[in-house]
Design a protein around this ligand. Sequence first.
Ligand code: SF4
Ligand code: SF4
Length: 147
Amino acid sequence: MAESQKPSTKLPWYSEGLSFECTQCGNCCSGPQTGFVWVTEEEIVQLAKAIGMENDLEEFERKFTRRVGIRVSLVEYSDGDCIFLDPTLRNCTVYQARPSQCRTWPFWASNVKSPKTWERTASNCPGCNHGTLYSIQEIDERMDRDM
Ligand code: SF4
Ligand code: SF4
């Protein structure tokens, strides 16, 4: 008889939830380690609207995005800062229209994988382990959206 796998009943290490409250320090939007900020077509439209360029999407894409293989990322300044990070105030100038990748931070699978990866994330993101407590369901929902 073929053996079937029993579903695991073990709860993840963050089953009691994790706290997070953004301090608006700008760390995750700046510097050479920032990496790509992926955007979908729909997010591009929302971002263009946010800065009054909804009637010139082609120009928006030319100025603010770049193709990376089959995906599209926002561009950054030469120092690695996101193009939408205010260089003086260090806040996001398109906050209400920010892409899913920014909305789901810091609850990315790579950050929440283990206590160690979470603490590493917290060492760069002062909002981690402070403020609002997010439940396991809220964390999992954000991780799903980040995939
Ligand atoms: S690093 Fe954390 S606290 Fe700082 S802006 Fe990003 S999310 Fe907010
Ligand atoms: S879009 Fe806004 S939140 Fe996202 S990386 Fe750029 S500045 Fe940060």
